[in-house]
Design a protein around this ligand. Structure first.
Ligand SMILES: *Cc1c(COP(=O)(O)O)cnc(C)c1O
Length: 421
């Protein structure tokens, strides 16, 4: 089933929003995000204690995190400042999953203070964590299946990935943790990114369930939860189909009964840490046409650039584009849609068919709600845009203002410069 590329409101309303807030900006659809999160939780309601830890890095805006937290999502954090954001949103204790790698001591200390579930990336981190912050009651380990699992396009082959413990280290690590007094254990993996095949996630759960049984048989250790990570893809292209959470859930439930219940290991909790699938389809980059240029090709130049949305330039990713108010005009003009960076790959689309556009037209770039604003940067002196939230009742709230030149220069000392020669 193809995915319809719709705006979160009428184009009339969108143009009104553009009159109130200067473009470019990211616009998030509260209703879409909340209903999406609730659908996921409902799909997994068979699994007692199921929790989705929203991957903060996808959309690190505390207003969105707080909305998600209020309907049961936790926060999956991987850095010090992501932990601080979770804390500011009132998310703490085991509602935080701390999945980091190459981790500085200060981050383990902060995670411990917040009572987060600490998910270790390496066997050597057991001693490191013990030394810098002390071992908590509950520790999770990240599994890297290596050659036992074929990879996916974005993350690549697991044996080439820097993350996680080998199979032998998982067993050894749990024994070591037990010797050191830990008595609650979790098992995690993350082997895919932007994956649209639902079976992939069922296979991931099967892999962890089988490993949990092996851990139990060889060590007597009972795993309290498995965390199958994030990586559920979204249909960036209109002809693609969203992953059916119900289908994934049924497949995992069947595996749970066949493997975990049969081995006498029920109850075992199931966690996820999706980012992209939660917010991705419900965020839009709203931007205006500045210039139309006709040389060897036709260029539609926008008031935004890859500093606002890097995915097309970084991965050659497709992002659908709607011209607001011209939804019914035939997409008959082929053009490159560009930003203003002094980099020729600063293009949102190449050879894209769009309705004939003019200067001042509002373009909406779809599926920018995850890894969009978050991947923003300041190269070429570009300033990050505002983030707006379209609330359930239709009201629009600014949930992050746009950067100003003062923000960009905040780390420079111009007084020192005045006397510097
Ligand atoms: C990036 C990441 C996620 C979220 O990935 P999505 O593709 O946004 O679902 C979850 N867990 C870890 C460890 C990650 O690095």
């Amino acid at each position: 089933m193809a995915s319809a590329k719709k705006l979160p409101c009428s184009s009339k309303k969108l143009l009104e929003i553009c009159n109130r807030f200067p473009t470019p900006f990211h616009l998030y659809d509260e209703k879409g995000i909340i209903e999406n999160m609730q659908r996921l939780a409902r799909a997994f309601s068979w699994s007692e204690g199921f929790r989705e830890y929203f991957a903060v890095k996808a959309t690190p805006n505390p207003f969105l995190m707080k909305l998600l937290g209020a309907i049961g999502a936790g926060a999956d954090c991987s850095s010090y400042t992501e932990l601080l954001l979770a804390e500011r949103c009132g998310i703490s204790g085991e509602a935080i999953m701390f999945t980091s790698n190459d981790t500085p001591a200060a981050e383990f200390i902060k995670a411990r203070r917040l009572g987060a579930v600490i998910n270790l990336d390496d066997i050597s981190h057991i001693a490191y964590l013990e030394h810098c912050a002390g071992l908590p009651d509950l520790v999770s380990q990240r599994y890297n299946p290596g050659p036992l699992r074929s990879g996916n396009a974005i993350i690549g082959h697991p044996e080439e990935a820097k993350y996680g413990f080998t199979r032998e280290q998982i067993i050894e690590g749990f024994k070591l943790l037990r010797e050191k007094g830990v008595h609650r254990f979790g098992l995690h993996t993350m082997v895919a990114s932007n994956e649209l095949n639902p079976q992939y996630f069922v296979d991931t759960a099967v892999m962890l369930y089988e490993l949990a049984v092996e851990v139990y048989r060889t060590t007597g250790i009972r795993i309290e939860f498995v965390n199958i990570g994030g990586g559920i893809g979204i249909p960036y292209r209109p002809e693609q189909t969203a992953v059916d959470s119900e289908l994934v859930s049924r497949g995992i439930q069947e595996a749970y009964e066949r493997i975990i219940v049969a081995a006498g290991l029920h109850p075992m909790k199931l966690f996820m840490e999706c980012g992209r699938m939660i917010t991705g389809p419900y965020g839009y980059l709203v931007t205006k046409v500045l210039h139309i240029k006709q040389t060897y090709k036709r260029y539609v130049g926008l008031d935004s650039c890859m500093a606002n949305l890097m995915r097309p330039a970084l991965y050659g990713a497709y992002h659908h584009i709607t011209v607001a108010g011209k939804e019914d005009v035939a997409a008959a003009t082929v053009c490159d849609v560009t930003g203003s960076l002094c980099e020729n790959n600063d293009k949102f689309a190449i050879d894209r068919k769009l309705p004939e556009v003019s200067e001042g037209d509002v373009l909406v770039i779809h599926d920018a709600g995850a890894h969009g604003h978050a991947m923003g940067f300041n190269y070429n002196g570009k300033l990050r845009s505002a983030e707006l939230l379209l609330r359930n009742g239709g009201e629009v709230v600014e949930i992050r203002r746009a950067e100003t030149p003062d923000d960009l220069f905040a780390t420079l000392d111009f007084e020192k410069l005045a006397t510097f020669s």
